[in-house]
Design a protein around this ligand. Structure first.
Ligand SMILES: Cc1ncc(COP(=O)(O)O)c(C=O)c1O
Length: 373
């Protein structure tokens, strides 16, 4: 870096995007503080309604985290001890932890090199009499190909639950990702595109009955469903989180516009073959860029160069989950070569609503020049 005192460019800025709503948040904080209603009150109810409406589904239920959302949704979908769930190895470990916590088995199929999402063509070969559900993940905010996944689900009587922890705002063929699958799960972890200021999650439900039952479970109510006894416990969302998330939800489009502009700058500079080729997606798909990634065989050298230029980067899912200690509880269906390659080659660049566009130009130019060499 030419100027040794120059501030590093970090991958996230959790504070600046909060500033336009800071005063409203502080006023609402005082109101909630003095109300005495700290958990599952008006703010949570409004957040659930607003998010369900935006997805055009029956209901949504706020819970304690994205991990708990996955656990509850999979349980509701009938994932039980001894069953299997087909998913991707190129994801955060919470995706498979939820399956394993239910004493079921994650089954890995490979990903598509173009968008790093589960390859739907590999799902049918992974189905066994134990398979209960398919769990796609819209990784880094790019939509998984839901139509074939739904078709396979229908054909084999499997439930589709979607991990959209990284994909609020993402569209698949013009519809919000939350409109697909029997249930979709979200995380409000502070680095997510729609963040809270702590932990939180949401389950988006197509069926009112699922939402009603999850509301009971999240508040310690045990339930009998189809001769199975479900154990309730505490998975509640608090009012402060819901209030902050609602303010960010109202600003989501503005923040997304800034992320989109950064992505466009990178897209212009970086060859299509070495990033998400957004030009080749369905015209009505929308990517929200939870991460913007480049693919590079000399990833570590590129990473080193960017680091020396004061730019923070991220390496994701290297190695993918079939190398995780939890593999003990998982099964592999076919080659996972594309996931291996992604783990070795993918590098995430800074992208957030407060990243100066000139800095995006500088980063994109450095990456493009490196890739050309
Ligand atoms: C794909 C995916 N699934 C699930 C989760 C879990 O969410 P939480 O951290 O809110 O439990 C995350 C969080 O990073 C995630 O990225």
């Amino acid at each position: 870096m030419s100027d040794a005192t120059k501030k590093r460019t970090s991958r996230y800025d959790l504070v600046t995007p909060m500033l336009p709503v800071k005063d409203q948040i502080m006023a609402d904080f005082e109101r909630i503080l003095m109300s005495g209603q700290y958990i599952l009150g008006h703010e949570v109810k409004m957040l659930e309604r607003e998010m369900a409406d935006q997805c055009g589904v029956a209901d949504a239920v706020g819970v304690a985290s994205g991990s708990e959302a996955l656990y509850l949704a999979l349980a509701m979908a009938g994932v039980r001890p001894g069953t299997e769930v087909i998913t991707t190895p190129y994801t955060f470990e919470a995706t498979i932890e939820a399956i394993i916590m239910l004493h079921a088995r994650p089954v890995f199929v490979d990903i598509l090199p173009e968008d790093l999402n589960m390859n739907p063509e590999l799902i049918e070969a992974a189905i066994t009499p134990r398979t209960r559900a398919i769990l796609p993940v819209h990784i880094f905010g790019a939509p998984a190909d839901m139509d074939p996944i739904h078709e396979i689900g229908k054909k084999h009587d499997l439930q589709v639950v979607v991990d959209m922890a990284q994909a609020w705002g993402t569209l698949y063929k013009g519809k919000p990702c939350g409109a697909f699958g029997r249930m979709s799960t979200l995380s409000f972890y502070p680095t997510k595109n729609l963040p809270g200021i702590g932990d939180g999650g949401l389950i988006i439900c197509q069926q009112q009955q699922d939402a009603d039952r999850i509301r009971q479970l999240r508040g310690h109510k045990a339930l009998w469903i189809n001769k199975n006894l479900y154990c309730g416990w505490n998975s509640r969302l608090d009012e402060i989180q819901a209030m902050v998330i609602r303010h960010r939800l109202a600003r989501f489009e503005d923040e997304q516009r800034d992320r989109d502009r950064v992505a466009k700058i990178y897209d212009k500079l970086i060859p299509k073959s070495q990033r998400l080729a957004v030009e080749d997606l369905h015209t009505t798909d929308k990517v929200t860029y939870h991460q913007y990634w480049v693919r590079c065989k000399a990833r570590d050298r590129l990473n080193h160069l960017l680091d020396s230029e004061g730019i923070d980067t991220g390496i994701y899912y290297d190695p993918p989950l079939h190398h995780h200690p939890l593999m003990e509880y998982c099964r592999i269906a076919g080659s996972l070569e594309m996931a291996e390659l992604a783990g070795r080659e993918v590098l995430a660049l800074p992208i957030h609503a407060a990243l100066p566009f000139a800095e995006a130009e500088r980063i994109g130019t450095l990456v493009a020049e490196f890739l050309e060499r």
